[in-house]
Design a protein around this ligand. Structure first.
Ligand SMILES: [Zn+2]
Ligand SMILES: [Zn+2]
Length: 283
């Protein structure tokens, strides 16, 4: 088994440890590849992303550590870009400007226009109340409308950004907890399958199997759920494993278990980044 982490956070964003503490923990846990991917700056007040004026300091520290530890671990510089329709869509251009090794893109906020102004439904975080309140405020409580917007904006993100990693593909299910919809609902299945079709046509996009919902006890399955992983395998879409760690204790949470699970599901390869995407044979 290889051990790597490409989707990771730090005190530059909403993580709890410094970049260096994360690297030391990664070494201790035997990782061979580690990528920094703090939340990229967003154009509004928030408590989760790198502050715009801190961007250069972040990039410099990443590069300094890469050099300092080059004989012990392969370090990479990235960011997790929010894609918020009508608010921030330019991840690809910004990533070029920052000279990143790879790009992670994700939808944490579903956007809609209300009376000529953009409103956001924040679907992530630790609070179910925020999800419920946002659904009511932005989509009038119409879950189908909200979920359709989530996947349609995810598809736009994939087409426009063509990211290396699409993060937590079905995070929209997290705070749902089978209250508003079920993953077996036909309309929901259709939306996920349409999104997988779009990803399968994006030449360098890898889907991460994100373990964070499970180890935080916020979800009953991976992002994406095993149900979709079976389709992903049939469609030959490349996958990798992410812990989406926010502190030193989370770096390899459920990594080995996920590797085993993917093997049991019949996956033949897991993809890892080593200056380019490569596949590692697991069977
Ligand atoms: Zn995320
Ligand atoms: Zn993340």
């Amino acid at each position: 088994m290889l051990k790597f982490a490409y989707h990771t956070h730090s005190i530059f964003c909403d993580g709890k440890n410094s970049l260096k503490e994360m690297v030391l923990a990664a070494l201790e846990k035997g990782l061979t590849h580690y990528g920094f991917s703090s939340h990229a700056p967003v154009p509004f007040e928030n408590g989760f992303a790198i502050r715009k004026e801190q961007t250069q300091a972040y990039l410099q520290q990443c590069r300094k550590l890469k050099e300092e530890y080059k004989n012990r671990i392969r370090l990479y510089t990235s960011m997790e870009f929010d894609y918020i329709t009508g608010i921030v869509e330019d991840a690809a251009e910004r990533a070029k400007g920052y000279n990143l090794d790879y790009v992670i893109a994700s939808v944490h906020s579903v956007s809609a226009e209300i009376n000529g102004e953009r409103a956001m439904w924040f679907i992530d975080g630790g609070k179910q109340d925020v999800y419920d309140e946002g659904l009511e405020r932005v989509f009038g409580g119409d879950i189908r409308k909200g979920v359709e917007a989530f996947f349609s904006q995810t598809c736009d993100m994939i087409r426009n950004v063509q990211p290396d990693i699409v993060a937590h593909l079905d995070k929209i299910k997290m705070h749902n907890r089978n209250r508003y919809f079920h993953e077996d609902d036909k309309w929901y299945e259709d939306l996920v399958m349409q999104t997988l079709e779009v990803i399968s046509k994006s030449p360098k996009t890898v889907i991460e199997v994100n373990t964070r919902g499970l180890y935080k006890g916020r979800a009953d399955d991976y992002f994406p759920s095993r149900k979709w992983l079976k389709h992903i395998r049939k469609m030959n879409i490349p996958i990798t494993i992410s812990t989406d760690c926010h502190n030193v204790t989370e770096i390899d949470n459920l990594f080995a278990e996920t590797w085993q699970m993917l093997s049991a599901l019949g996956f033949k390869h897991i993809w890892y980044y080593e200056d380019e995407w490569k596949k590692y044979k697991i069977k």
